[in-house]
Design a protein around this ligand. Sequence first.
Ligand SMILES: Cc1cc2nc3c(=O)[nH]c(=O)nc-3n(C[C@H](O)[C@H](O)[C@H](O)COP(=O)(O)O)c2cc1C
Length: 315
Amino acid sequence: MNSDYTENLQCYQTPPMDLFHSGHTVKICAPMVRYSKLAFRTLVRKYSCDLCYTPMIVAADFVKSVKARDSEFTTNEGDRPLIVQFAAQEAQVLADAAALVCPFADGIDLNCGCPQRWAMAEGYGACLINKPELVQDMVRQVRNQVENPNFAVSIKIRIHDDLTRTVDLCRKAEAAGVSWITVHGRYVEERHQPVHYDAIKVIKENMSVPVVANGDVRNLREAENIHQMTGANGVMVARGLLANPALFAGYEETPLKCIQDWVDIALEHGTPFVCFHHHLMYMMERITSKQEKRVFNVLSSTSAVLDYLGEQYSI
Ligand SMILES: Cc1cc2nc3c(=O)[nH]c(=O)nc-3n(C[C@H](O)[C@H](O)[C@H](O)COP(=O)(O)O)c2cc1C
């Protein structure tokens, strides 16, 4: 794992479950391949995000290869509470991966929602919602094999159109000791269709463990509405935070201060140019004209980006 690790990290242990018992809607940054990395997590935590997920990591590679661990997982002292999300299709592999990250994170999440063809073909992601016994076994093995009882084990799912199947999956996970369940309220084949918040409400009504609602939240008002509508204990946001990392702090669009913070944090972490630039394109999408985008989006070096931001925004 990456050398940002220090011995101190191992001292920090706040049970993430405490967040769900605070009575407030827990505000969560979603797992996002390529994007929810340490630098971006640092940024959203500055703007009222309570809990962050890493991008999805393939557990089998993580367990097998030091190189995979070093490139896929970087954290530091301030990066808590943190959930590491894994793609897995075998209980022992997931338990081994969980044991490896246990000293450096607050829990793991099993991805049961990725609809991409490569993931489904490997037995990862959304195909797991059709294998409730396997999901149950995976949650149980992690629970049994990780010594820290405060270490969270969550799952992130998509829904079936026959909701009884989803409720059955969630109940099995609950019986195995799952800490909470995140529901992206879409069927596996749905992309831009409206989110089925009514389904999230039904799932919440049938569960004792906390439920997190996910899908199409673009501002804090919508997060509160979805909390009210579904009864969910937390709200997870992906694209809304890419577009505005200050969303949870109540900003309607990315404030310039947040762009400045991203530049500072990204440079401090040595963020590769493509990632640095992509985040800025997302953050500035709503606050720049077509003409400005045409210029900004084709910039090809950090110094060109810094010059542009300096000239246009005095950043
Ligand atoms: C760029 C990007 C990367 C994503 N990567 C992951 C991932 O690694 N694991 C996962 O469970 N979901 C992933 N998702 C799905 C999101 O976590 C989330 O479930 C989905 O985007 C719906 O939430 P939203 O409407 O707030 O974007 C990703 C989404 C985006 C846009």
